[in-house]
Design a protein around this ligand. Structure first.
Ligand SMILES: [Zn+2]
Length: 356
């Protein structure tokens, strides 16, 4: 396994060129990362002296534990509770929550209603805007930051993604009569596992691609008149997810000679046992641990943004990342929906759009 590859993905070094020429890779992040700051009205007060702080904070933390995303105190100003929570007067509200007389007296002087951020910041840029209203707590997510500013890929990774983007164009134009094309890649080597076009039937290219990946794992349910590459006996990897027509094109194209082709064969049960570490590492890549299973750990490159049905098929297939070039009218990853941002789904892939 290429440890550097995975490390690069998770912890990008600080110094990184963001762009090679005009080719760009934009992460499609969920709206949580882009939304404007929402504010809420809050009752606050200014304490008479700093000596009161300790007792006030201790009691508020216990009896009115609001504002986990904010600092509770700023100079002598204290956040008491959301204004919406107060049904009658502040004093009654505090009594209702069994605030002691001393603290209650301190809190009911110099009361103001102010606006503070209603939720926590996901990105530093949001945090900086929010802090203008009230001091916030912030736990930077380095990976999310790198996705947002485009520094999550190394130069060699970007170069490979760019080659795949160009290959999508070429395969569509030269082999698939301008129709959609999909490429599935095992990013560890990286190596092309399967390729599919829209074909002559009504099925979409992604549905074929998922089936072609299954072929590389000795499965594949769909009948088609497509001819596939046949493996040599005793081979260590398989080309059986590649239709002959795409394979021949890659073999005759001088620019594609150095591209690695083929998938790791599915492991037998005893091999899986051997490679399973004794201590469960939740961060270990399941593809490395257990070998190929559906599209686990694989990347999918598509000429066109997939529709809802295809996007859902890619969720079921456990794809790691999706890269696409063109938006489509009924696309489900940015144009019409953001399927990968639906929290309730049991698998989430990352989504990137190529810009050229
Ligand atoms: Zn579709």
């Amino acid at each position: 396994m290429d440890n550097n590859e995975i490390k690069d993905n998770l912890c990008p070094p600080a110094t990184k060129k963001i762009k090679i020429d005009n080719f760009g890779i934009k992460a499609i992040l969920s709206d949580d990362y882009k939304k404007d700051i929402e504010l809420m009205q809050v009752h606050s007060c200014q304490l008479e002296s700093k000596q009161q702080l300790q007792a006030v904070i201790k009691e508020l933390a216990l009896k009115l534990p609001h504002f986990q995303h904010l600092k509770r105190v700023h100079d002598r100003n204290v956040l008491i509770c959301p204004s919406d929570d107060i049904k009658e007067t502040l004093e009654q509200h505090l009594k209702l929550h069994q605030i002691s007389d001393n603290v209650l007296k301190a809190l009911c002087r110099n009361v103001n209603v102010i606006e503070v951020p209603a939720s926590s910041a996901k990105l530093r840029v949001q945090y900086e805007k929010m802090s203008k209203f009230w001091p916030c707590k912030f736990h930077p997510d380095k990976y999310a930051e790198s996705l947002q500013n485009g520094s999550n890929f190394t130069d060699s990774q970007r170069a490979y993604h760019k080659r795949m983007a160009e290959l999508l164009w070429k395969l569509s134009k030269d082999v698939s009569k301008g129709q959609n094309v999909g490429i599935c890649v095992d990013p560890r080597r990286p190596s092309i596992v399967a390729i599919a076009g829209d074909g002559s039937s009504h099925q979409h290219c992604v549905m074929w691609l998922v089936d072609h990946v299954a072929r590389s794992q000795r499965g594949g349910a769909w009948q088609s008149d497509v001819e596939f590459v046949k493996d040599e006996p005793h081979t260590k990897s398989t080309l059986s997810g590649l239709p002959q027509i795409f394979y021949d094109y890659l073999k005759q194209d001088a620019a594609c000679q150095d591209l690695s082709l083929g998938a790791e064969l599915p492991r037998r049960e005893e091999q899986q046992q051997q490679s399973e570490p004794v201590v469960e590492d939740i961060h270990a890549d399941n593809l490395c641990k257990y070998g190929p299973y559906l599209c686990t750990g694989y990347d999918v490159y598509l000429l066109r943004e997939p529709c809802l049905m295809c996007s859902m098929a890619l969720v079921h297939s456990r794809v790691k990342r999706i890269f696409f070039l063109e938006q489509s009218e009924n696309g489900a990853l940015t144009s019409k929906f953001q399927l990968h941002a639906v929290k309730e789904l049991n698998h989430h892939y990352e989504v990137f759009q190529f810009t050229m």
